[in-house]
Design a protein around this ligand. Structure first.
Ligand SMILES: Nc1ncnc2c1ncn2[C@@H]1O[C@H](COP(=O)(O)OP(=O)(O)OP(=O)(O)O)[C@@H](O)[C@H]1O
Length: 342
């Protein structure tokens, strides 16, 4: 059985005032998360991501449906039992939510004190955690003196203190600069690989999902509109919301207006080459062109990597002897998906 099983879950908030409509924050969501996975949940603001996370860690009750965490049904569970379930779930936030008046040590110690861990054992655990997140030398620094990236490391150490099986990261890198984001994502990857923690990453940044998620779940207006393994979702996005997200990373095939603009500067034959299979490299495609003396220029698009596999679309202008260009297009079409641009 999956570590987290969400079945037909709906969360409806009552109308804010009389005569207003109720808010359907999460609607009929089905989602399974296997132990050891890193799952990225993406969606624009208001899609229902944070609400879904609050339902999973039982900060709020679902209106209907079933949520099982490690086999325990949490919908309708008593507060006392919910506390036990919550202990198995760590959480990190965009704004870190640390105690600013305490030291790094004090922040990581807090959940251990709450869990009743004796002082000596607490100390060992804190040293171990701070070493793991690379802050052993900052134990006695006040968190307000730390950089954003360091604060999130403290957040991660604190979230892991009681050895949860699940870590929920709600926009955990959204307040960080790109370089620090990479560091924190690398740390999360180690949390997953070395400690076996299952991670749910909630974000509106596709780049974050691309670099860390095994599986992607796309939400819109409270619903899960698409989900699948990361490469599949990135290389063949089906839902318009997913397509919009993927376009934030790589350009799609050119639309009509783009083609018009390209045509103003390029009168050669235009072909879009789509990379959706890691076994074919760009250089293999280019070699087919070069071999036939076909000159080519990249006029639109780009290729990105997800977990080491390339995806994306390149629109090329091809010039040369027409028969050789035909031959080259046939050869390239045998390798990858191609499309003539009218
Ligand atoms: N406590 C609440 N009471 C009423 N409506 C709420 C409450 N919490 C969230 N909502 C509404 O539910 C919808 C989903 O919000 P949610 O915060 O889950 O979205 P999100 O995808 O996490 O977006 P963001 O990243 O902006 O937080 C929104 O329309 C929001 O206004």
């Amino acid at each position: 059985m999956a570590l987290i099983e969400i079945r037909d879950v709906t969360k409806t908030y009552p109308p804010a005032r009389r005569g207003a409509e109720p808010v359907h924050a999460v609607r009929e969501v089905d989602l399974s998360v296997e132990a050891g996975e890193i799952v990225g949940i993406v969606g624009y603001s208001g899609a229902g991501k944070s609400t879904l996370v609050r339902l999973v860690n039982a900060l709020e009750p679902a209106t209907s449906g079933s949520i099982r965490v490690d086999g325990t049904e949490i919908v309708g569970l008593s507060e006392r039992r919910l506390q036990q379930v919550r202990r198995g779930i760590g959480m990190i936030f965009q704004q870190f939510n640390l105690f600013t008046s305490r030291t790094v040590y004090g922040n990581v110690e807090y959940p251990l004190v709450v869990a009743g861990v004796p002082r000596e054992e607490r100390h060992q655990r804190i040293v171990e955690l701070l070493t793991f997140v690379g802050l052993a030398d900052k134990a006695h620094t006040h968190v307000e003196q730390l950089s954003g990236g360091q604060k999130q490391r403290v957040g991660i150490a604190r979230a892991l203190a009681t050895r949860p099986a699940i870590l929920l990261a709600d926009e955990a890198t959204s307040a960080l600069d790109p370089e620090t984001t990479v560091d924190v994502l690398n740390l999360l990857r180690r949390v997953n690989a070395d400690l076996g923690v299952t991670i749910l990453v909630i974000t509106h940044e596709m780049d974050v999902v691309r670099s860390i998620a095994d599986r992607v779940v796309v939400m819109e207006a409270g619903r899960v509109v698409e989900q699948g393994d990361a490469f599949g979702v990135f290389s063949r996005p089906q839902h318009p919301a997913t397509q919009r997200f993927v376009r934030t990373l790589v350009e799609d095939v050119p639309d009509e207006r783009t083609v018009e603009a390209i045509r103003r500067r390029h009168d050669g034959r235009l072909v879009t080459v789509s990379f959706r299979d890691e076994s074919v490299s760009q250089s293999a495609v280019f070699a087919e062109l070069v071999r036939r003396d076909v000159e080519f220029e990249l006029v639109h698009g780009g290729v990105e990597q997800v977990r080491g596999r390339a995806f994306g679309h390149l629109t090329l202008e091809l010039r040369g002897d027409p028969a050789r260009v035909d031959e080259a297009v046939d050869a390239v079409s045998a390798l990858v998906e191609t499309r003539e641009v009218a």
